[in-house]
Design a protein around this ligand. Structure first.
Ligand code: HEC
Length: 221
């Protein structure tokens, strides 16, 4: 972060005191839905963004195990409290220029106050962290989702499943992903998810990227 950025962040922190009315945590819980697509409130559970469990009083960019912080956030020297969260949520791009949070900001001061009251209540253990909407456990799928072979021929992937079914996809409609979390598939046991098996698009999830080319054979029927 440049000196100017540091200064801008500092200036925002010291901006003429906007009275921060104590927000309503219950309303804030509702408002958190806008954040839940990217943030969990469960400790250690990172998604697109870091977990916001215990965010109060924490230095920005220090949630353990989150590997996608921008340099801007890591070097900001911001500590999260009512004031800094208010400035961040009002206009993330000007509070910490160059940050990587794809969120345009919440102009409504009361909605910010409610959201911050909610984050504080959860951080301090006064409200239970909601369970994040379940991502599936890819170790516990049935045979119809377990991939036993993938063959590539021309512009087509043929995916053989554990129940014996073979499904053909136009190569552009099949995505390959990894999930290294505890929910991810076992090594060597990729799983197919998405658009229902009748659909024309799907995703194959592997444990590690090394499996991509090892698993996919070039072979025509
Ligand atoms: C599109 C995904 C996305 C949305 C929506 C989103 N965030 Fe974020 N958030 C991120 C990412 C990614 C980061 C890390 C940014 C960086 O390092 O530059 C982040 C960082 C943060 C941080 C700093 C955390 C830390 O450990 O320093 C806070 C606080 C935060 N977000 C709160 C919120 C709140 C509250 C909302 C809802 C109003 C929200 N975010 C909406 C993706 C998102």
């Amino acid at each position: 972060m440049t000196f100017q950025h540091a200064f801008a962040a500092l200036a925002a922190l010291c901006a003429p005191a906007v009275a921060l009315a104590a927000g309503d945590a219950a309303r804030g819980a509702h408002g958190f839905r806008a954040c839940a697509a990217c943030h969990s409130l469960v400790a250690g559970e990172h998604r697109t963004g870091p977990t916001l469990a215990s965010v109060f009083g924490r230095r920005a960019g220090t949630a353990e195990g989150f590997r996608r912080y921008s340099d801007a956030v890591r070097q900001s020297a911001v500590v999260w409290n009512e004031k800094s969260l208010d400035a961040w949520l009002r206009d993330p791009a000007s509070f910490i220029p160059g940050n990587a949070m794809a969120y345009q900001g919440l102009p409504d001061a009361r909605a910010r106050g409610d959201l911050i009251a909610y984050l504080r209540a959860v951080s301090e253990g006064k409200l239970a962290a909601p369970k994040a909407p379940g991502l599936p456990d890819l170790k516990a799928v049935d045979a119809g989702q377990r991939v036993s072979a993938i063959r590539h021929c021309g512009d087509t992937y043929r995916v053989t499943l554990g129940d014996g079914g073979v499904h053909a996809f136009w190569e552009f409609n099949l995505r390959f992903k990894t999930d290294s979390s505890p929910r991810g598939p076992r090594q060597g046991e990729p799983v197919i998810v998405g658009a229902g098996m009748g659909g024309d698009r799907a995703q194959v999830v592997f444990a590690v990227p090394e499996e991509f080319s090892a698993f996919i054979r070039n072979e025509c029927p």
